[in-house]
Design a protein around this ligand. Sequence first.
Ligand SMILES: [Zn+2]
Length: 109
Amino acid sequence: MKNTKYNDKSVESPDSAVKTESPENAHELSFTCPQCGGNQLFLRQEALLEVQAVYADGDVDCGDVYPDQDLGYECRGCDYVLKDNNGGSVCTGADLVAWLVANCEQVGQ
Ligand SMILES: [Zn+2]
C-alpha cells in the first residue's frame, strides 16, 4: 500500500488548479457525485503558509506553501472529496478532468 503523504507531485502550486484558459474546442465536463448524485462541485482553496519570521512592526515573512489537507474538489451536497488513484486529493485541473472522465458519465462525446 502506498504512502499517502504528499509527494513532490502533489505539492504543486495551487495556482496550477485555477488556469482559466481552455482550448476553444474543449467541451464542458459534467460532475455527478458518486455518493449523493449531486452536481454542484466546489473547489476548496485554503493552503498553509510556513511563517518564517514575525517582526515587532507587524510584518510577517512567509515561506513555502503547503496544500491544506482539505485542499481540493468536493461535492457541495455531501462533502464527498474527490480522490485520485493513490488516495490523494484531486487538486489540479488536469487531475480533475481525469477524475470526471473516469467517474462521471459524460454526454456529447
Ligand atoms: Zn455528494
